[in-house]
Design a protein around this ligand. Structure first.
Ligand SMILES: C[S@@+](CC[C@H](N)C(=O)[O-])C[C@H]1O[C@@H](n2cnc3c(N)ncnc32)[C@H](O)[C@@H]1O
Length: 238
């Protein structure tokens, strides 16, 4: 692993509760995914981007450095926003999407990404409101991107989304989000890495290989035990 990534892990590891290697590895994995989508969409550099459920702004930090400047974020936990502030992300302090919308309803955004967040919304009506609000926040023709991560049955049973992917996609369609891409990654690879390979031996290229292999194997779709990436395009205002 390069020094750059080592330092990054170290920095966040000490200020955050990211204290298990599984979480750290999966975060790199998720970041590769996000990066791939940004490269695919080729958004202009002046586009407005929101990280919905930013945690400690790991992804934003990377994006800011490399591509985009008009970045916004929110997270339901105050502690997380404070971590973002430590990281010089200072222009917003908000707690959830509804409050965010109230404050910024006069602005339109170009890209929302939400990585392993939506499964934490436990009430069905609230979930629907999140989808509607996401639509209101976005410009027509741009994209909404999310990854959902369902990793064991005990946890899945708590979530509304459970294995009900079709229901979720229907809800998105009802709210004028067209599904552009649906990729599922085989999560047990991440478990194997976690179990048998120490982080210091994990090179970035290994993650990349796993990533592309997952896309190929993904043809055989299975809903549980996967990291799922769904890319939507907004086609109409509601
Ligand atoms: C599993 S973490 C993922 C964090 C980050 N997106 C990542 O992938 O590393 C889930 C995050 O979603 C946030 N979250 C959960 N429900 C939320 C909500 N309703 N609104 C905003 N953030 C929420 C949590 O506080 C937490 O930071």
């Amino acid at each position: 692993m390069s020094n750059y990534w080592k330092n990054k892990i170290k920095k966040y590891w000490t200020v955050n509760y990211v204290d298990d290697s599984f979480e750290r590895i999966s975060q790199f994995f998720r970041f590769l995914f996000l990066k791939r989508i940004l490269l695919k969409l080729k958004l202009d550099h002046d586009k407005r981007i929101i990280d919905f459920g930013c945690w400690y702004c790991f992804f934003l930090d990377e994006i800011k450095k490399n591509w985009y400047k008009k970045l916004y974020w929110f997270d339901i936990l105050k502690e997380n926003i404070e971590l973002c502030e430590n990281n010089n992300f200072r222009n917003l302090i908000v707690w959830d999407i509804f409050y965010f919308y109230k404050k910024y309803s006069n602005k339109k955004f170009d890209f929302i990404y939400s990585i392993t967040v939506l499964q934490h919304i436990l009430k069905e009506n609230e979930f629907e409101k999140v989808v509607i609000t996401s639509n209101k926040l976005l410009n027509i023709g741009w994209y909404f991107y999310m990854i959902e991560w369902f990793w064991n049955d005990k946890l899945i049973n708590k979530f509304i989304l459970k294995r009900n992917k079709e229901k979720f996609i229907d809800l998105m369609k009802k709210n004028w989000f067209e599904l552009i891409e649906d990729i599922q990654l085989i999560n047990w690879w991440l478990y194997l890495i976690n179990k048998f390979i120490r982080i210091r031996f994990l090179e970035k290229f290994l993650l990349k290989i796993l990533f592309y292999l997952s896309i190929i194997i993904n043809k055989k779709k299975k809903w549980n035990e996967t990291l799922n990436s769904l890319l939507f395009k907004k086609i109409k205002n509601v």
